[in-house]
Design a protein around this ligand. Structure first.
Ligand code: AKG
Ligand code: FE2
Length: 235
């Protein structure tokens, strides 16, 4: 099945009526109070942006596209401008750009192409990802969509420049001397964005267990949208 066919099924093609689009995606979700996000400057969370049926279709498509056919990988990559909103990843990119206040104007306004890289991560029970800062070759303003099982993302501040550098290089080896720790529960259909301090001065990760129980109870697949810094962009 091609991206286009899937998109047509999910959101309706140009010919179809607008009701279909509205059924799948809330066009203007009202930002809800976000206690965790207030604690991490530059973190924004929007809950339930994609409805259950759309999440299920994304989960199936991502599973087939990145993790089927005997592949043992738990990570897939996309490189290239995500500007075609008739594709599933392009549609997420468009949505991320359209959600009010998700990304600061300084990020949205500074880019011709909002995202040109996506990483797709799959987590099964007992799996997680170490505390890290995304590689510095990616620009400010990173957006993550969650599908499948719920999980807790943990964020910790890293004040010292050297620690930040290490965190940006070695997932799981981040050193934080700051006892602050913020947990954000992410469910299917939720979207988060990390900008400014949340992007560069806090690590994020998904611990394997939380309070003695597996963090991921049912398979979770995430899509993280990023933009290569201009000097990395060879196109
Ligand atoms: O699974 C997620 O939501 C985040 C993944 C992540 O932090 C990364 O791939 O850098
Ligand atoms: Fe990350």
């Amino acid at each position: 099945m091609s991206d286009r066919v899937l998109f047509g099924e999910l959101f309706g093609s140009d010919e179809s009526d607008a009701d279909q689009t509205e059924a799948a995606v809330d066009p203007e979700p009202e930002p809800e109070p976000e206690p965790e996000a207030d604690l991490v400057p530059g973190l924004a969370v929007r809950r339930g942006v994609l409805d259950d049926a759309t999440c299920a279709q994304y989960f199936d498509w991502l599973s087939r596209e990145y993790f089927s056919g005997g592949r043992r990988a738990n990570q897939g990559m996309h490189f290239g401008a995500l500007t075609d909103s008739s594709t599933p990843l392009g549609c997420l990119a468009q949505l991320a750009g359209a959600l009010p206040g998700l990304l600061p104007e300084s990020v949205r306004g500074s880019r011709r192409v909002l995202f040109d890289q996506a990483i797709v991560n799959m987590y099964d029970s007992d799996e997680g990802i170490g505390d890290h800062i995304d590689l510095l070759r990616f620009a400010d303003g990173i957006v993550g969509f969650s599908f499948g099982g719920a999980a807790t993302m943990r964020l910790r501040p890293v004040a010292r420049g050297r620690d930040r550098e290490l965190a940006a290089r070695y997932a799981g080896e981040a050193q934080s001397r700051d006892p602050r720790e913020v947990s954000v529960r992410l469910c299917a259909g939720d979207v988060y964005a990390m900008s400014g301090p949340a992007r560069f001065a806090w690590t994020h990760g998904f611990p394997r267990s939380v309070d003695g129980a597996p963090n991921v109870a049912a398979r979770r697949i995430s899509v993280t949208l990023r933009k290569l810094c201009a000097d990395q962009d060879r196109r």
